[in-house]
Design a protein around this ligand. Structure first.
Ligand SMILES: NC(=O)c1ccc[n+]([C@@H]2O[C@H](COP(=O)([O-])OP(=O)(O)OC[C@H]3O[C@@H](n4cnc5c(N)ncnc54)[C@H](O)[C@@H]3O)[C@@H](O)[C@H]2O)c1
Length: 416
């Protein structure tokens, strides 16, 4: 089939390449000409897709990247994987809207459009469908098919195509077509009865993590005040072989999904039902406070050593929001750095995973986590314990470490 994947980012590119590998002709459409240029040159910027894989599908002509909407003509199935950010706490669905307008112009009877971007329940049927119908003059469910299938993106254990894929349609025919397409790509597809169920399922997955991480973070703050080791208590609880999922504390929830997606649902609930989604709001509140708490703990520790935070040299280690991740989006490290700078500290940051120049959110000098740098610092904060950090070197050379990941021990170490 002729497939269009609109949006060639972290979600769209792996899908486009996999669809090409299983035998479809795929157009990877993106409005960012720089990204398109890179892809056309066989350079992948997405960790899940090796450049070598990209070059094979480019060379065999089954995949092409373009910013030219004219190339969308003649598609059988189009998948939308464009961003869905929050702006001042309000879902910004303009990317979906504009993409729907572009696709609507190329919609023909018999074609299918699937939304994969994360959003609140109702987005497919109340936002996407009317735009497609208005622009194309065709009727959803009669002339063309549509549905929603959330992206889950695998991890080390669960590969892209080994992770079960939820599929839904605006009607039975749409579900059949969408399930058929994804059955050729994923080992397991899981049909659900409608698009709102699939949209909500994705949010439940993210809210589950967001609420639980925020819960252990609040517990970490309370346990520290009570003089109990939260990490040992969590490990002890995790020996229960059923009914418990292990989450661990940290300096805050970051990334482009967990701190954002739950607020789509709380916004929708407030708009439509006029009530707050209390769990999400509480979790967001705790999460927003975590970087302040880290700074408070550090200030107290320096104080105990007779050192004012102002003028102290502080080294932040691990700036990404997640273990071994490679991006800084919504990372709590930026807020920790900002607070410390405001208090007059001399802050430096080290992260082997972030190339120089890709740290625009972080306004502090970048350094290597060398033994000299560690020795020269009055305090070190281990925000994220990337595997490339030499933990014994940190432990040996640091005057004081606030360890937010429970990886170090010794008289110079305090855990979060
Ligand atoms: N990254 C993840 O781990 C992940 C996981 C699950 C779900 N999601 C969701 O998937 C969606 C996409 O996320 P992402 O991480 O791939 O984003 P991304 O920013 O990496 O990629 C989105 C791409 O869409 C392009 N784009 C914007 N408007 C467009 C338009 N009108 N037509 C064509 N292309 C357009 C952008 O230029 C960009 O390259 C979001 O809704 C996100 O919440 C992301």
């Amino acid at each position: 089939m002729q497939i269009v994947v609109a949006g060639q980012g972290y979600v769209g590119l792996p899908l486009a390449v996999r669809a090409a590998e299983v035998g479809h002709h795929v157009v990877g459409y993106d409005v960012d000409p720089h990204r398109v240029q890179q892809l056309a040159a066989g350079q992948s910027y997405v960790r899940d897709v090796d450049s070598s894989r990209l070059r094979v599908v480019l060379d065999t002509g089954v995949y092409s990247a373009t910013a030219d909407a004219a190339a969308l003509a003649g598609f059988d199935i189009a998948v939308i994987t464009v961003p869905t950010p929050l702006r001042d706490g309000v879902p910004d669905l303009t990317y979906i809207e504009s993409c729907a307008r572009t696709l609507g112009e190329h919609l023909r009877p018999g074609t299918t459009v699937v939304l994969e971007s994360t959003s609140y329940p109702g987005t497919t049927e109340e936002l996407l469908l009317p735009i497609l119908e208005e622009v194309s003059g065709l009727k959803g469910g009669v002339d063309f098919l549509a549905g929603f299938s959330p992206e889950r993106i695998g991890n080390k254990r669960w590969s892209f195509d080994g992770t079960p894929k939820l599929v839904s349609g605006i009607d039975a025919k749409s579900l059949d077509a969408i399930k058929g397409f994804y059955d050729g790509i994923f080992q397991t597809t899981v049909p659900v009865s409608g698009t709102k169920v699939a949209e909500l399922a994705k949010l439940i997955e993210n809210i589950f993590r967001f609420v639980n991480i925020s819960m252990v973070n609040e517990m970490a703050m309370l346990a520290a005040s009570l003089g109990v080791n939260i990490w040992e208590a969590i490990d002890a609880a995790a020996t229960k072989p059923f009914g418990f999922t292990r989450f661990t504390p940290g300096p805050g929830v970051g990334g482009h999904c967990l701190p954002v997606d739950p607020l789509f649902l709380s916004w929708k609930v407030q708009q439509e039902l006029g009530v707050p989604f209390r769990f999400v709001e509480l979790a967001a509140d705790v999460n927003r406070y975590m970087p302040d708490y880290v700074v408070r703990r550090l200030v107290e520790a320096l104080d105990k050593r007779g050192m004012p935070v102002s003028g102290s040299r502080i080294l932040l280690l691990g700036l990404t929001y997640k273990y071994n991740a490679t991006d800084l989006r919504n990372s709590p490290s930026a807020r920790v750095a900002e607070l410390l700078v405001t208090l007059g500290a001399q802050v430096r940051g080290a992260d082997p995973n972030i190339p120089e120049g890709e740290d625009t959110e972080l306004n502090v000098p970048r350094v290597d986590a060398s033994s000299e740098e560690i020795t020269a610092s009055d305090a070190v904060v281990l925000l994220m314990d990337h595997p490339r950090f030499d933990l014994p070197v940190i432990q040996k050379n640091a005057a004081y470490v606030l360890d937010c990941r429970n990886r170090l021990s010794g008289p110079n170490v305090e855990i979060l």
